[in-house]
Write a protein that binds this ligand. Structure first.
Ligand code: AP5
Ligand code: MG
Length: 189
């Protein structure tokens, strides 16, 4: 399978659909949020730095994230394709990803954009707060994450459009339908 960049607001389903895609196509999965949460759990220096940003719903500095991403990518087995979940989130991160992959004679593959209305996103995240207790799933931090998404990440959608690899899937209230639309597209690759 080609590389896949899964893109969307907090709660849009990046992690959920990545798991389904991995199950169907057997590829690698890098969730930068999961990488950072594991560092927090392990109590590392990076974890301490990450926590300060994540608790406020802010993005970590690009230079730090770009290094983390390259190290994580290089640790995966080559040739099976990777889903990038939560990276890139800024235009410098996107430029860096493109360059990093080109240096390894790989390419970005396709970008899957998940578009979900904000009421649904908020409901999902508040529900996850009850089920899983993720520290950044409280209303104040969720609102900050939405604001950061609109200001810093959403403009990237256009960037991917110009790269000619953007494929947009819009939430119509049915998870199985969304999944079957995504699979129908990925099956053609
Ligand atoms: P990250 O962990 O990436 O969080 P996020 O972008 O806010 O996204 P979420 O993981 O909350 O949502 P998701 O889209 O994966 O949705 P999910 O499938 O879980 O990043 C966290 C933080 O780390 C950032 O704020 C930042 O500080 C830092 N960070 C990470 N990457 C960075 C980077 N590149 N640069 C700088 N900083 C970075 O779904 C949500 C919930 O909805 C689940 O409980 C799911 O079960 C449920 N759900 C219910 N119905 C559905 C449905 N129909 N489809 C999908 N999910 C559904
Ligand atoms: Mg996630």
């Amino acid at each position: 399978m080609k590389n896949i960049i899964i893109f969307g607001a907090p709660g849009s389903g990046k992690g959920t659909y990545s798991d389904e895609i991995v199950k169907r196509y057997g590829m690698g999965h890098i969730s930068t949020g999961d990488v950072l949460r594991a560092q927090i759990q392990a109590g590392t220096e990076l974890g301490k730095t990450a926590q300060a940003y994540i608790d406020k719903g802010q993005l970590l500095p690009d230079s730090l994230m770009i290094d983390i991403l390259a190290d994580t990518y290089d640790a995966l087995p080559e040739g099976q394709g990777v889903i990038f979940d939560g990276f890139p989130r800024t235009i410098p991160q996107a430029e860096a990803l493109k360059k990093m992959l080109a240096e390894r004679k790989h390419d970005m593959g396709v970008m899957i954009e998940l578009v979900v209305d904000e009421d649904t996103l908020l409901k999902r995240l508040l529900n996850r707060a009850i089920e899983q207790g993720r520290a950044d799933d409280n209303e104040e931090t969720i609102k900050a994450r939405f604001a950061v998404y609109h200001a810093q990440t959403e403009p990237l959608s256009e960037w991917f459009g110009k790269e000619g690899i953007r494929h947009t899937f819009t939430w119509k209230g049915d998870k199985e339908l969304m999944l079957s639309e995504i699979f129908a597209f990925l099956d053609t690759l």
